[in-house]
Write a protein of this length. Structure first.
Length: 250
């Protein structure tokens, strides 16, 4: 299993030339089982970008899951996101040597978004293999925000308003897991598509979850995010992602 983890870590430099950014995603979750069918979860997450150097997002979310059968479940939840939106520069023309080449510069800034989701999951198994499908609809709203930008033409700072925006997306994920005999690690691989009338992005993930004991588990994964179309609400880009997770059940 140590070789498997090292393999995940070595994938980052192998594909970095084809991608534009890299980041670390970490999450801590707490799950409470009410009965055999109903459970609730609370999760906090931190993300970085700019080759691990810049904080990208903080979030906290609450969700509930209801299992109708061992193979079929439904889930819904809410997440509060605090995003560090990237700086933005506009230009007056295409000539870098021009005296009025730059128009406006808006530095990066933090802003809040609200997200709700609902979906279902299906699972099945063949031998030691487990396969699952998750379909999730999510709605995200970013309130209007007043920020500052520098006007190069007038050589001064000015207030500017970033309009509020809402987005709907359908997330479809297929995942496969393998149960290794007498091993507390469970490797997995998944592909997830973000659809909004067209495929906006695709996430390819390989990782492994570690069952420490009945209440505690941890995980590590590598994720390749491929951006297919521009989505100003998320501001995501092509990325190499290393993820670390921890979960506590009670």
């Amino acid at each position: 299993m140590k070789k498997y983890i090292l393999f995940i870590l070595t994938l980052l430099p192998m594909v970095s030339m084809a991608q534009s950014d890299a980041g670390l995603w970490t999450s801590v979750g707490i799950d409470k089982k009410i009965n055999k069918k109903l459970s609730f979860g609370l999760e906090g997450e931190f993300r970085s970008r700019n080759d691990f150097k810049t904080a990208d997002r903080w979030s906290i979310g609450l969700d509930g899951t209801y299992k109708f059968t061992k193979k079929f479940r439904v889930a819904a939840g809410y997440t509060l996101l605090n995003d560090n939106r990237k700086e933005k520069i506009s230009y007056n023309n295409d000539d870098p040597s021009s005296l009025n080449y730059y128009n406006n510069w808006r530095p990066s800034y933090w802003t809040v978004r609200h997200r709700v989701f609902a979906g279902f999951g299906l699972s099945t198994g063949v031998g030691r293999w487990s396969f699952s499908l998750r379909e999730r609809w999510q709605y995200t709203y970013r309130p209007e925000k007043t920020t500052t930008r520098y006007d190069f033409d007038n050589a001064k700072w000015e207030d500017t308003t970033v309009k509020g925006k809402a987005s709907n997306v359908l997330r479809s994920r297929i995942q496969a897991e393998y149960d290794i005999p007498y091993c507390t690690w469970t490797p997995y691989a998944s592909v997830e598509l973000y659809n909004a009338w067209s495929v906006q992005k695709v996430r390819y993930t390989i990782g492994a979850d570690w069952k420490i004991n009945k209440k505690n588990s941890a995980g590590i994964y590598y994720r390749l995010q491929n951006e297919r179309s521009s989505n100003d609400d998320d501001e995501d880009s092509n990325m190499n992602i290393i993820g670390l997770t921890y979960n506590f059940k009670f």
